[in-house]
Design a protein around this ligand. Structure first.
Ligand code: LIP
Length: 270
């Protein structure tokens, strides 16, 4: 895929994220529209998730009818082995459902073992993150870079969690990170956890198991912003998920220790 192909896809993805974000924001402001059910323990689902994914899929099909698409709600269409769009229509669904303003729309493109482009839109704050391989990462068209924080003693680290993971794994990770002198947080959107690293609002995001749609766009943005990104897609991350670490360069050497503990096997698939 040429740089021009990537630029064309990036522009379409940004346009679709902005349009779908306008719809999602209207729904977010309506408590009735935020009614939700559960796909599993602490795994929220709203009607907005499905409608946002439908709108994005329709737009991609119009511009790139031969492209494969993997979405959190509607699965895989097309041959993803040749590259695929990877969509999380609403990341941070629990926050969205409960009226907390920390959620976003995530559209990435994965080619082989690399996330080669990503668009993340936070409609509440009107913040559009985007990047493509070989280009710069931007927030509302302004360049962003990972923080220059020198080490974990001066760091803020977000540890993602979900009930698919065992309590002991999460406690182990918290104990290690606090032991390295970092402050920890868990804010409920893995995608925004990654973009926080890309723009320097935090220094790392780690989660023992997370799905490809949560991270595909954020990984492309973090890589372009100069952050360390773990090899999420080197095994079967696209279909089975994987552990994910993104980190400011000063913290990466220490935090990579977390990766040696290995991917947690989810208790139940979605
Ligand atoms: C969320 C992830 C987050 C994880 C949550 C949930 P969703 O994605 O972004 O990292 O901890 O359990 O999976 O379900 O809101 O799209």
């Amino acid at each position: 895929m040429t740089p021009s192909d990537l630029d064309q896809r990036l522009a379409v993805a940004a346009s679709l994220a902005l349009a779908a974000g306008g719809y999602a924001l209207e729904q977010f402001r309506d408590p009735e529209a935020r009614q939700h059910k559960f796909k599993g323990p602490q795994d929220y689902l709203t009607a907005v998730d499905g409608e946002v994914e439908r709108r994005i899929r329709a737009g991609l099909a119009e511009s790139f009818p031969d492209d494969a698409v993997i979405g959190e709600e509607d699965g895989t269409t097309g041959d993803a082995s040749l590259g695929a769009w990877v969509i999380d229509p609403i990341d941070g669904t629990a926050n969205f459902a409960r009226g907390l303003a920390r959620w976003c729309i995530s559209i990435g493109y994965v080619l082989g073992r690399d996330a080669v482009l990503g668009v993340v839109y936070d409609p509440v704050h009107d913040e559009l993150f985007q990047a493509r391989r070989g280009g710069e990462a931007t927030l509302n068209s302004k360049p962003i870079r990972a923080a220059s924080t020198p080490d974990t003693k001066h760091g803020i680290v977000e540890l993602g969690w979900n009930p698919r993971l065992g309590l002991e794994e999460h406690v182990t990770d918290m104990t290690m990170v606090i032991g390295w002198g970092s402050a920890i947080r868990r804010l409920g959107s893995g995608t925004l956890g990654l973009t926080d690293v890309a723009c320097g609002r935090s220094d790392a995001y780690y989660q023992r198991h997370i799905w490809s749609w949560d991270v595909a766009a954020g990984l492309a943005i973090c890589e372009a912003a100069g952050a360390y990104i773990s090899p999420f897609f080197e095994t079967d991350g696209l279909t089975k998920g994987n552990q994910v670490l993104v980190a400011a360069p000063g913290l990466a050497p220490t935090l990579k220790t977390l990766l040696t503990l290995g991917r947690a096997e989810p208790k139940a698939s979605p």
